[in-house]
Design a protein around this ligand. Sequence first.
Ligand SMILES: Nc1nc2c(ncn2[C@@H]2O[C@H](COP(=O)(O)OP(=O)(O)OP(=O)(O)O)[C@@H](O)[C@H]2O)c(=O)[nH]1
Length: 423
Amino acid sequence: MPQDNQFLPAHASPAFPPILSPRVQVPQRSISDFHLQHNEQEQHEPPPSLISPAFTPPATPGTGTPALERDAPSVLVDTSLEPPTDHAARLVEKLPEVRCEVRARIPTTNGKEMFLYLYKNDVDSKEHLAIVFGHQIRSLSLDATRPGETERDRMIRGAYVGRLHPGRTTSRVEQIRKEAFPQHGATGQAAPQSGGATTTSTGIKQVFSPFKAEQAAENGEIGHAAPQSNGIPTEKVEHPTQGGVNDATVVKKNAPLVRIHSECYTGETVWSARCDCGEQLDEAARLMSLPTNIAGGAIIYLRQEGRGIGLGEKLKAYNLQDLGHDTYEANLMLRHPADARSYGLATAMLVDLGLGGEAGIRLLTNNPEKVRAVEGPGREVVVKERVAMVPLAWQTGGKTGVQGEEVEKYLSTKIEKFKHLIG
Ligand SMILES: Nc1nc2c(ncn2[C@@H]2O[C@H](COP(=O)(O)OP(=O)(O)OP(=O)(O)O)[C@@H](O)[C@H]2O)c(=O)[nH]1
């Protein structure tokens, strides 16, 4: 039976027992806290479980299961108030052009679904990806109509609303409406066929995606779906004066959760315990698929292996690490920057997914430079909150998560030299 704490098969992180607790309390840590092989009775006891260990939550895919969540610590951020630092990530001067070529629904081994979006761009020939959780997040470039394409073409490249099924003939919502209300024909307000734009009081241009409105209609809000930009969903509320569910909507303030993840073949595919990359990918997916995460989420998966130096060079760096150098020095010895990544593609993909603008995002990272870099040259994306990625081994006193002397050294170098803030 799938459980909420096991969204994807854990590559690097064994299953962690669910905890019904408020936020994880993360004490200020020093480097010595990395050493996990000491007596477990010391300060690294896992947080107490508030539910019986014998309790197995019911988890029927797609239905409301108890919100068994292990939340992550977070801090509010406002980079416009912060001075630049010495560790500045490579900032792009101009956002690249990106286009979502295709997306598909991915049912997962844990019963939940997500959508995989494949992007092309004008700066490299790689296929960067967005792993999207929640129907409210859609790609403007995918949904835009393309010259000469048929409805079948649109469905094949994933530019459809709702769910595909044998016999479906249109990418749009009309057929879904007819199937839902055969006796009445299409009900509710017609969805516009082309996008429009409005300007908010803050001056941010909001692009209206007809597909978001269509999606809302397909989700059961036919007739009163309010279009929203920036991925913020609307939610029906119980109106006190009328005593029932009515047409009123409220905009949920929760910003979508975003993780910018750089490819790591070793950590994600061949079970390397030199880093915690596989564990971080699992954890990001788990947090985004929690039922309480109503604003949805997206993992932007960038093909910048080895902090941008590529797999071959990273393997050389591993040999230098076995020769006694840390991950920072090893890159420099190979004549690469300590971190050769840039995040312009991520910013452009977030904007395309409707996650740009003042509504903001919550970014899962320990890397303060990533926060600044992801916002883009014109602050096209606004990071409202940084959500920490605390290694599972820290959270559980070494009972689970990636462990070993290599990952300890990797994490301590991230704190000492890359100035990461874990917690
Ligand atoms: N060059 C190099 N790259 C590494 C090494 N270990 C892991 N990586 C790469 O580092 C990247 C992982 O970094 P991320 O997890 O995206 O992010 P981060 O900047 O470390 O910060 P977080 O967002 O807090 O995780 C992946 O591309 C890995 O392949 C190493 O020893 N050397």
